[in-house]
Design a binder for this molecule. Structure first.
Ligand code: GLV
Ligand code: MN
Ligand code: MN
Length: 428
């Protein structure tokens, strides 16, 4: 079947309208990217836009204790649900597409599936996960973590943002009760499969002229905070050989991280120091304290953990050489995820039937799919990222027709999973 014969094929103009609508919800002006942090009032407003769209289709919407939103389409069978969705929070000064593309896809899939003459056998769940980005609290995927019972009440007090607002406080500020977080837990018996559409956030698809990616592996991440304690002192009075400059130590650590991630043993390890807080951050005082946030990613779990441990050991050595002291604190540690063939195979077959080109590929970024895969078989469809694959930045961009093709593939995969016999031989 060619794409042209598909009915109904997703309208790129409908995709663009929804992308633009969500992009309006930002604390930064359009030319400085989108800022809609997790557990902020704007994130809740974005969830309300999703809810209004779903309610206009006649789908009931609920919000759970973690702030995840769900819209349900009834199925004809007594079966567990097929679910799809993504997130609506952003990094500071991020793009318009990360997470949003997958939510828009879920909204348009709901529009298409709820208007079909033949309803699905499985109920369909359309979901927006709360607070996916690790940018604010260090740990990624908090909403989906709650569904998978991978975050507890204690974590909500432990994790905090740069202003020392804890996750629990941020949740309470938007009307959620952190004491009820355990109630968000999803019964694995309730979902048969989960599928997320997302922008690639890299340049492989665009560079190779491929329309879609089917993800088979998602990178893990180990994140930690390093604090370098030097000696603050006068920038003019202190001779160069009498200094313990915490920023010099931190700079050497950043360079050591790059050397480590690019040595011959690390094909694919990515290490980023994305945040540094210099104290007292005054032009005429030698920096006495520097805090670094370090993010180590890999698709190989052993290499990921070894690289993180090696970097901490090396950073400790650098601090000692410079007469400084180093504290290291683990913020979060997530393993890479291998996605099950059941869902990837369904996506590949659906995409082939649509007549679109695709490759099977790994994801460098983290996704809620990793947590959903702990509950039920999960998969991801990538659409190409334009502008050289830039993401988490204002220039993040994907053409609406490229997303529309992804939505076609998402719907076709859900319908294929709806028809597929269950792996245990039951009616699903
Ligand atoms: C989520 O976008 C991540 O940081 O990978
Ligand atoms: Mn994302
Ligand atoms: Mn992101």
């Amino acid at each position: 079947m060619s794409a042209a014969t598909l009915s109904p094929a997703t309208d790129p103009a409908a995709v663009q309208r929804l992308i633009d609508r969500f992009a309006e919800l930002s604390t930064t002006p359009a030319d400085q990217g989108v800022t809609r942090l997790g557990y902020s009032a704007l994130e809740r407003e974005a969830h309300a836009v999703f809810a209004a769209h779903m309610e206009s289709l006649g789908l009931p919407v609920r919000t759970d204790a973690a702030g995840n939103s769900f819209a349900s389409l009834a199925g004809t069978g007594n079966l567990p649900a097929l679910a799809t969705g993504s997130h609506l929070d952003s990094v500071p000064r991020g793009g318009r597409y990360d997470g949003v593309a997958g939510v828009v896809a879920a909204m348009l899939a709901a529009t298409a599936l709820s208007s079909r003459d033949e309803p699905p056998s499985h109920p369909m769940e359309f979901v927006v996960f709360a607070n996916e980005e690790g940018a604010r609290f260090g740990q990624a995927c908090n909403g989906s973590r709650a569904l998978a019972a991978r975050i507890g009440r204690d974590d909500l007090d432990r994790l905090h943002d740069a202003d020392h607002v804890t996750l629990a406080q941020a949740m309470a500020e938007v009307g959620l009760d952190p004491d009820r977080i355990d109630e968000a837990r999803l019964d694995p018996a309730d979902w048969a499969a989960f599928l997320e559409l997302h922008i690639e956030q890299g340049n492989i698809l665009a560079e190779r002229g491929i329309q879609l990616g089917v993800v088979d592996t998602i990178s893990g991440s180990t994140r930690f905070r390093l604090v370098v304690h030097g000696v603050p002192s006068h920038s003019g009075g202190t001779p160069m050989n009498r200094r313990v400059d915490a920023l010099v130590v931190a700079s050497r650590i950043v360079l050591a991280a790059r050397t480590l991630a690019t040595d011959a043993r690390h094909h694919g390890t990515r290490i980023t120091v994305g945040r540094m807080v210099v104290g007292p951050n005054s032009m005429t005082t030698i920096p006495g304290r520097v805090e670094l946030a370090v993010d180590v990613r890999d698709t190989d779990p052993a290499r990921q953990r070894d690289a993180a441990n090696e970097l901490v050991a090396e950073a400790t050595g650098i601090a000692e050489q410079e007469g400084a002291h180093l504290d290291a604190e683990l913020i979060s540690d997530a393993s890479p995820t291998v996605l099950p063939a059941r869902v990837t195979a369904a996506s590949q077959a659906a995409i082939a039937e649509l007549g679109y080109s695709h490759i099977v590929m790994a994801s460098g970024a983290s996704h809620d799919t990793q947590l959903m895969n702990l509950i039920c078989p999960a998969g991801m469809i990538f659409v190409p990222s334009g502008n050289g694959g830039v993401s988490h930045a204002p220039r993040e961009w994907t053409a609406a027709p490229d997303i529309a093709r992804g939505v076609d593939a998402l719907i076709a995969t859900l319908l294929r999973l709806d028809r597929a016999p269950s792996p245990d031989g039951g009616a699903a």
